[in-house]
Design a protein around this ligand. Sequence first.
Ligand SMILES: [Zn+2]
Length: 146
Amino acid sequence: MSYPIEERFKQAKIRLTPQRALIVETLVESNDHPDADLIYRRAIQKDSSISVATTYRTLNLLGDVGILRKLNMQDGKVRFEIERDDHNHLVDEENGRIHEFKNDELSALINKTIGEMGYDVVNFRVEVIGKKRGDTECGCIQINVY
Ligand SMILES: [Zn+2]
């Protein structure tokens, strides 16, 4: 795992405990934006001593300090991913699978629009619900930066 975990914890000014490392590691290895329950089920495969409560507490803490991003999806589920490069989400209406995409024109348009409102964009995510046409490949950018 090349994810600079110690560095991220140092920046966030929180201690890197074995449980926190386990949760981060579990998410680094997931590229499907899992919810807390699924993260717990994956984490317990690696370390049977982790509890549901610890998993939820750790996810919230790591979300608060910006190591993880909490995604409040339109389907009502709360999912998590490692905080990283800006990208947007396309949710498949039928199976709930999340695809990732980036588009420079879209980013420029958002920056322009928000700029005209007197703000600088700090961060944004666009979430699109889509219905797949036929069975062509989605061509989604599986961003794996770690
Ligand atoms: Zn994502």
